[in-house]
Design a binder for this molecule. Structure first.
Ligand code: MD3
Ligand code: FE
Length: 203
């Protein structure tokens, strides 16, 4: 089921359900090589979600700022390769939402526990804002907030459930967004976690 929530914001309900256990296996393989870790914001706060990456670069944050880097600072090794199945899935989702030619070079993986949140923020560290972002949700459900161009723009919330895929592009690409709540539960695949994969073109 494909729902156009707004022009250039498409929710493809359950698109990842059939491949969820395969994707979860990929996440576990990736996180054995580049473990989930907490990141510090430039302001010195600790983010409550834990992150890792796969692809040619990875997104990191510390007191120096937000940026994409070639190597995992934890291991000093390159980030794990992006599995071809994940790459192709993200391209297919973008194409269904009307973005042909998406070619993600990084997948940022966020892992949330029940108490984790992600405050309203913009994704502005990528070079080409004409490229969409594809997000895949696995495990526990979340309340996703999306606002507008300004931090104080009014927000709407969307329930994101296991297997849901969101595609963002166009002017909304720079909108404020965040995760306000994770619904408690014990997911058959992920247990106490919600895991979100966001595919981006960083470089
Ligand atoms: C809207 N992650 O990693 S994914 C992030 O569920 C992030 O983990 C959330 O926000 C999560 O930066 C939301 C959906 C998403 C991702 C990127 C966006 C929505 C977006 C970029 C612009 C606008
Ligand atoms: Fe974001």
């Amino acid at each position: 089921e494909m729902i156009e929530l707004q022009p250039s914001l498409t929710l493809i309900k359950g698109m990842a359900t059939a491949q969820a256990s395969q994707f979860w296996q990929s996440v576990m393989t990736i996180s054995r090589q580049s473990p989930f870790r907490k990141m510090q914001t430039p302001g010195g706060q600790w983010m409550s979600a834990e992150i890792t990456n796969c692809g040619t670069v990875g997104w990191v944050s510390d007191r120096q700022g937000y940026r994409y880097v070639n190597r995992d600072p934890l291991t000093d090794q390159p980030w794990p390769l992006m599995p071809v199945t994940l790459y192709e899935f993200a391209c297919e989702a973008a194409s269904r939402a009307g973005f042909e030619g998406f070619s993600p070079d990084i997948c940022l993986i966020n892992r949330y526990r029940i108490a984790s949140k992600m405050g309203l923020h913009q994704d502005r560290d990528e070079r080409d804002f004409a490229q969409p972002i594809v997000s895949v949700s696995l495990g526990l459900s979340a309340n996703f907030l999306f606002g507008g161009e300004r931090r104080n723009s009014s927000t709407q919330s969307i329930l994101l459930e296991h297997g849901d895929v969101l595609v963002w592009g166009g002017p909304l690409r720079k909108y404020f967004h965040g995760i306000s709540k994770i619904y408690p539960g014990d997911d058959p695949l992920t247990g106490p976690y919600r895991v979100n994969l966001t595919f981006r073109r960083a470089l």
